[in-house]
Design a protein around this ligand. Structure first.
Ligand code: CA2
Length: 158
């Protein structure tokens, strides 16, 4: 069974325990569980990793690039947390594994928040972006990945 990788960056391990007005009450364990269940339903094994370390995320993206080349991985959904707004290294890592599809996902609508959250270093390297759907955004991102790279509506047009 092909895989989809879900990556979560710094502080997302705190999901559901603080700042519920911004991020809701769902924990990261809940998110990972419903992503795995959804993946199973649509025929993908979902693997999840959260790290507070930029380098660990970059190492995993490099490994994902190898898995993609080997035909084992469809793509990656990443919520890079605040690294979104600071990390050129993450941008370079995603560019470095092109054409591996990487979907950037944010729980909150970053564009309706502080100015410093409006810029993303990840977006220019991403295959798609999901913003502001709460934790359901992870499912939207998974479905978007599958629709764009497997079941494209465009491929079904007469
Ligand atoms: O909206 C998102 O998903 C963010 O990626 C979350 C990041 C934030 O820096 C981005 O601007 C937008 C914050 C992740 C920290 O998550 C927490 C969750 C609960 C309590 C504290 C932090």
């Amino acid at each position: 069974m092909k895989k989809i990788l879900i990556l979560n960056g710094p502080n997302l391990n705190l999901l559901g325990t603080r700042e519920p007005a911004q991020y809701g009450y769902t924990t990261l364990a809940d998110v990972e569980a419903f992503c795995k269940a959804h993946g199973e339903k649509i025929g993908y094994e979902v693997e999840c990793l959260q790290s507070n370390w930029e380098g660990a995320l970059i190492d995993r993206i490099h490994e994902a690039g190898r898995q993609y080349k080997a035909g084992e991985l469809l793509g990656v959904v990443i919520n890079p947390g605040a690294l979104t707004h600071t990390s050129i290294s993450l941008h370079d890592a995603i560019k470095g594994v092109d054409p591996l599809p990487v979907i950037e996902c944010h729980i909150s609508n970053v564009h309706a928040r502080e100015e410093f959250r409006h810029h993303s270093w990840v977006s220019p390297a991403a295959a798609g972006i999901v913003v502001g759907f709460g934790v359901d955004g992870y499912l939207v991102a998974i479905d978007g990945l599958v629709r764009k790279y497997v079941n494209s509506a465009a491929t079904k047009m007469p």
